[in-house]
Design a protein around this ligand. Structure first.
Ligand SMILES: [Zn+2]
Ligand SMILES: [Zn+2]
Length: 237
């Protein structure tokens, strides 16, 4: 766990594909972006305590999309905090457990020497395995909405209702699974991008923000040369 910008805490869990969640402290309330893999939410609760806050300070839980790795702690955190849970409307019934996530291809991503590390996750997603504890979404958000300190960006492609979040004062972008840095820097894990055309457009749009910090769903955040690296990704370099 590290502070990657003032009031921006990165939480990491190896399980779920080096999945990350982000705790934001804007000086008033806490906002959490995604909830890691484990269902007991222990890592998030420990982090809240370690910055001198309590779970009741957690007012907003925003979700990038309805994939298992990011939803583990959600139901527990909702119960303990009473925070409002936000997602795009398209993802909300998946998060509530009323509809399975859209399956991805079972064919391995290439190069194999890179992507064998996350094939077990792809295999599970292809077969519709791996259920998270369901949790109702309280509020549907769309492009241009604001939640806590962040602005909502609709960034479809990985999934239709995928969201990214932008904290302008910190020049921090939370890109969800639209960008991955594990196992390698990539515009999302190729097999998981349900709509590659929309995915490319979403990455281009994010590249134009001029972010100084880019926090992603899988792998370490980008804290150096972030804007340039996003431009490279967008241009397919
Ligand atoms: Zn995903
Ligand atoms: Zn993911």
């Amino acid at each position: 766990m590290t502070q990657i910008a003032p009031g921006v805490y990165s939480l990491h869990q190896q399980k779920g594909g080096h999945v990350h969640a982000f705790l934001l402290d804007d000086g008033a309330d806490l906002t959490l972006i995604d909830t890691l893999f484990d269902t007991n939410a222990r890592r998030v609760l420990d982090r809240i305590k370690s910055i001198g806050r309590t779970v009741k300070d957690l007012k907003h839980i925003v979700l990038t999309h309805g994939h298992r790795s990011h939803l583990g702690g959600l139901a527990t955190l909702k119960r303990l905090s009473g925070a409002t849970v936000y997602s795009h409307e398209w993802e909300a019934d998946i998060i509530a457990g009323e509809r399975p996530a859209q399956p991805v291809t079972i064919f391995p991503m290439r190069p194999l020497r890179t992507y064998w590390r996350v094939y077990y996750l792809q295999f599970g997603a292809a077969l519709g395995r791996g259920k998270h504890p369901p949790c109702a979404v309280d509020s549907h958000v769309e492009d241009g909405d604001t939640v806590g300190p962040v602005r909502v960006l609709h960034t479809p492609g990985h999934t239709p209702g995928h969201l990214a979040f932008w904290w302008p004062e910190r020049r921090a972008l939370f890109a969800g699974d639209a960008i991955a840095t594990y196992p390698v820097l990539e515009a999302g894990w190729p097999a998981f991008n349900l709509n590659p055309t929309r995915q490319r457009a979403s990455v281009s749009r994010m590249a134009r923000l001029g972010a100084e910090v880019v926090a992603v769903g899988h792998g370490e955040p980008i804290t150096a040369g972030a804007a340039e690296r996003l431009h490279s990704l967008a241009e397919g370099r």
